[in-house]
Design a protein around this ligand. Sequence first.
Ligand SMILES: NC(=O)c1ccc[n+]([C@@H]2O[C@H](COP(=O)([O-])OP(=O)(O)OC[C@H]3O[C@@H](n4cnc5c(N)ncnc54)[C@H](OP(=O)(O)O)[C@@H]3O)[C@@H](O)[C@H]2O)c1
Length: 142
Amino acid sequence: MTGASTGMGASTARELARRGFHVLAGVRRDHDADAIRSTGVEPIILDITEPEQVEALAARVAGDPRALHALVNNAGIQVNAPVEALPMTQWRWVFEVNLFGHIAVTRALLPALLVGGTSRGLARRSRRSGPVVRALARCPPR
Ligand SMILES: NC(=O)c1ccc[n+]([C@@H]2O[C@H](COP(=O)([O-])OP(=O)(O)OC[C@H]3O[C@@H](n4cnc5c(N)ncnc54)[C@H](OP(=O)(O)O)[C@@H]3O)[C@@H](O)[C@H]2O)c1
């Protein structure tokens, strides 16, 4: 679960743990890690725009004998502003987080998902995620 510090990410991480899953909960700050840590919820420092942290997550997953059932690409930022109100750097940052960050995490975990997950083992809370979800859905379940 990426973006597990607040909102739907934190709630979903706790609910999945309540249902018996072991959840790797991505957060960006130590105090958020302390807040989310509980039975079945293991915090992972993860900024999805930081390649080293994405690689560390992949290594954490690869070193775990348990199957990776699913990846929830929940992290995201919302910008509601007139197009002229923000500089291009900020508009580009929205895509860095909301698109390229998800692709990076998905690419990093896809090998583990294809072994342990199902063809439905990837979720993104957005209608605009079709291409990524379909890329995984094409792979036959094992
Ligand atoms: N709420 C809605 O009505 C709605 C509607 C459509 C889509 N969504 C999407 O659904 C998701 C969850 O919504 P929400 O309302 O629960 O959002 P939220 O409370 O704002 O939570 C967003 C989460 O994403 C994390 N995040 C932001 N940038 C990140 C980055 N670079 N790397 C890793 N984590 C990052 C935040 O971490 P920090 O605390 O460290 O910033 C936070 O944990 C978001 O992607 C949002 O865009 C929400």
